[in-house]
Design a protein around this ligand. Structure first.
Ligand SMILES: Cc1cc2nc3c(=O)[nH]c(=O)nc-3n(C[C@H](O)[C@H](O)[C@H](O)COP(=O)(O)OP(=O)(O)OC[C@H]3O[C@@H](n4cnc5c(N)ncnc54)[C@H](O)[C@@H]3O)c2cc1C
Length: 289
C-alpha cells in the first residue's frame, strides 16, 4: 500500500455502499471528499505521481463497486456548488443533482433537460456518460465543459472538441462545471414535462429497488432488455440480486445482494444472449473491481 499523507488527509471513513445507487460496496483505502477545487487538484496530482487510478463519483447511479484496491475514489458531493444564468446559457457545477438542476432552470423559464428527469445522477456523471433518453442526450444541450486533468490543470473544452457517442465521452479528467444552451419554456410546461417523464419511468422501470439503470447498452437496432426477456431470463435471481421482472435490462438489489451475485447475473445474461441470439451485450454499468 502507498503511504500518502496528502491523500489520507482527505479520506472519509465510510462504506462505499453509501455512494452507489446499487447499495453495494465495502471499504476503500482512498475514499476522498475534497471541499475545494484546489484540494481536488492536489489529490489528482498526488494520485498521478503515485501511479494510482482515480474514480470520480457523482450520483453513483452507474457504478458497481467490487474490490477497489488502491483506486482513489473522489466524491463530488462536498465541492462548492455553482448555478449561474446568463440569458439562455446555464453554468452549473458538476455536483448539481439532475433533479435540482431542472427545477432551478425552471425558475428562469429555461428547459431542455427534462428528458433525464428521474435519473438519480449529477451533472458531471451525466456528461461523462453522455446520459440520454427518449431520443435525446445531454450533449444536445452542452456548450462547454471544465475539467481538472491528472496534472492538476484546469481545462475548458468546447463541446465540439469532445468526442462523444452512445454513453461515452473522451473527457479524461474530473469534470467540475459545464455550460448548457437551454430553451425558453414556461415554468408550468417544464414542471408538466418533468412529471410526465418521471411517470413514464415509474411505469417502465423498477424504481422500488436499488439499481444502476440499464445494465447493458442496446446493440444497434435492438433493445438489450427485449433480448434478455426473449431468452427467458426475466426474474432470475442470484441471492439478493434479481433480473427485474419489470424491465429485464435492470438488475435490482432486493436487499442483501453482493457484488459477486450481480456479476453472476451479468455473466449468465451475456453467455445466454450470446449463445441464443449471437449478440455480445456490452456493459453500460461501470464495474469497478
Ligand atoms: C433508476 C435509474 C435510471 C437510469 N436511467 C438512465 C437513462 O434514462 N439514461 C441514461 O443515460 N442513464 C440512465 N441511468 C444510468 C445513470 O444514471 C447515468 O449513467 C448517469 O449519467 C450517471 O451519473 P452519476 O452522476 O450517477 O455518475 P456515477 O454513477 O457517479 O459515475 C458514472 C461514471 O461517470 C464518471 N463520473 C462521475 N462524475 C464525474 C465527474 N465529475 N467527472 C468525470 N467523470 C465523472 C464516474 O467515474 C463513472 O465512470 C439510470 C440509472 C438509474 C439508477
Amino acid at each position: 500500500m502507498f503511504d500518502s499523507k496528502m491523500l489520507t488527509s482527505f479520506v472519509i471513513k465510510s462504506s462505499l455502499c453509501k455512494y452507489s445507487n446499487m447499495k453495494i460496496g465495502g471499504k476503500a483505502t482512498y475514499l476522498l471528499a475534497p471541499h475545494s477545487l484546489s484540494d481536488l487538484s492536489s489529490i489528482l496530482v498526488e494520485a498521478n505521481s503515485l501511479g494510482l487510478k482515480i474514480l470520480p463519483v457523482g450520483g453513483g447511479s452507474n457504478i458497481l463497486f467490487g474490490n477497489v484496491g488502491n483506486r482513489v475514489i473522489i466524491l463530488d458531493a462536498y465541492l462548492p456548488e455553482l448555478f449561474e444564468v446568463d440569458n439562455e446559457t446555464v453554468i452549473a457545477s458538476s455536483n448539481q443533482k439532475i433533479s435540482s438542476f431542472i427545477d432551478m432552470c425552471a425558475q428562469y423559464e429555461l428547459g431542455g433537460l427534462e428528458f433525464i428527469a428521474g435519473i438519480p445522477a449529477h451533472i458531471g456523471g451525466a456528461i461523462h456518460m453522455n446520459a440520454g433518453a427518449f431520443g435525446k442526450c445531454i450533449f444536445d444541450y452542452l456548450l462547454w465543459v471544465e475539467y481538472i486533468d491528472k496534472h492538476g490543470k484546469i481545462n475548458k473544452i468546447d463541446f465540439k472538441s469532445i468526442k462523444f457517442g452512445y454513453r461515452t465521452t473522451s473527457i479524461d479528467g474530473f469534470i467540475t462545471k459545464a455550460a448548457f444552451n437551454m430553451e425558453k419554456k414556461t415554468k408550468e410546461q417544464i414542471i408538466a414535462d418533468k412529471k410526465d417523464i418521471i411517470s413514464k419511468r415509474l411505469e417502465r422501470h423498477p424504481y422500488d429497488y436499488p439499481s444502476l439503470g440499464s445494465t447493458f447498452k442496446n446493440p444497434a437496432g435492438k433493445y438489450a432488455g427485449k433480448l434478455i426477456e426473449e431468452c427467458g431470463l426475466k426474474g432470475l435471481q442470484q441471492g439478493g440480486a434479481e433480473i427485474s421482472k419489470k424491465h429485464a435490462n435492470f438488475i435490482i438489489n432486493k436487499g442483501s445482494a453482493t457484488f459477486e451475485e450481480v456479476i453472476e447475473l451479468i455473466n449468465i445474461i451475456q453467455e445466454t444472449v450470446s449463445r441464443e441470439k449471437g449478440i455480445n451485450l456490452e456493459l453500460e454499468v461501470k464495474v469497478i473491481n
